[in-house]
Design a protein around this ligand. Sequence first.
Ligand SMILES: Cc1cc2nc3c(=O)[nH]c(=O)nc-3n(C[C@H](O)[C@H](O)[C@H](O)COP(=O)(O)OP(=O)(O)OC[C@H]3O[C@@H](n4cnc5c(N)ncnc54)[C@H](O)[C@@H]3O)c2cc1C
Length: 390
Amino acid sequence: MDFSLSDEERAIRDTARQFITREVMPLEQEALRRERAHRPGLERSELRELQLKAKEFGFWGLSTPEEYGGMELPAVTQSLIWTEVGRTFVQFKFGGDADNILYFANDEQKKEYLLPTIEGERISCFAITEPGAGSDAANIKLRARQDGDDWVLNGEKTFITNGNDADFVIVVAVTDPEKGVRGGGTTAFLVDRAMGWRSEFIQTMGEGGPASLIFDDVRVPARNILGEIGQGFELGMKWIGKGRYLIPSNAIGIAERALGMAVEYANTRETFGKPIATNQAIQWMIADSETELEAARWLILRAAWTVDQGADPRHSSSMAKLYGAGMVNRVVDRVMQIHGGMGYTRELPIERWYRQVRLMRIYEGTDEMQRLIISRDLLRGYTKIGGHLQ
Ligand SMILES: Cc1cc2nc3c(=O)[nH]c(=O)nc-3n(C[C@H](O)[C@H](O)[C@H](O)COP(=O)(O)OP(=O)(O)OC[C@H]3O[C@@H](n4cnc5c(N)ncnc54)[C@H](O)[C@@H]3O)c2cc1C
């Protein structure tokens, strides 16, 4: 069994690390200062500039097919890059990507939505969650009724990432209540903000904020249906599936950097005449963090590897998301503890991570939903204990 990276994976990972270290990390202090003044850490134009600079290093469209100018990287390599991006708390991501389900667009829609999104000229968001339907996504109610050649949308979506900035939304709506959400009763629509939906900012404990999207008789032409009528829920689940190994990949980067800070602090901070690192209480926090970090790393890489094998990644991705999200919360908490009062201040980014990583246990499937999936797979015999090694 070979746990090493290939030369290519290592080269791409190292170049990504270099870019993040040289180009993004130097912006951290300014980003913190701005966020504390309730401004975005990185303006949209600055993000774009950074993304174009990264493009010169070859980083453009990590998951985008080559025919659309992307790198079309294997999932394992994408996971490694997301880990590198996680090392910085500046809200940066490499450019040239679009939501995975936008590839279900027809040729016309590709020109209008997919290509400009890849180019960074348009911003999309994806909306399935509603005030009455989060974990229970099959309970969505936002209704789309056919009226001649158009569909008229009424209802509300909530907690939508990028919802404040997006110029269009991929929204999953109920088109046939009798069929039910899982029975083909929902459809995904591409809806421009100009068609009439509005967004309301939601304050959260994190930086930036999701939005509520309000649809009040929003008229959408039938040509804006994404995929097939009745395919909405299926597309929604495909969208969510991708984040389940990328979110914890990001968590690895956060945990590695935070733990590195704790190791350095433990070796230099002295109490009672000696470094705090000489205390077993501190050593154990470091040991537990490193062990859990490694365990998470291999769960995540295995989930990504499963994607690359073309096998069903749902079971391994749920374990990666569940464990990775929990791991980073425990590690950041210990790192704060090791820093004592300093950890709690806003002079260091630890409190920011503390707020940021809490979300990982909630969005794109809560801890409880991941547990539900993992146990259901075993209880119903969809997966064998020990997975692919059986
Ligand atoms: C910052 C942020 C960004 C988001 N971005 C998006 C986005 O871009 N697009 C989008 O569509 N959604 C988005 N979401 C929504 C997110 O996916 C939901 O918040 C999440 O799925 C949980 O749904 P809920 O908040 O309604 O909680 P609920 O479903 O009401 O759950 C409440 C609690 O009950 C638990 N629970 C529920 N059912 C069960 C059960 N059967 N067994 C055990 N426990 C259970 C849950 O795990 C949770 O702990 C975002 C959320 C946040 C906070």
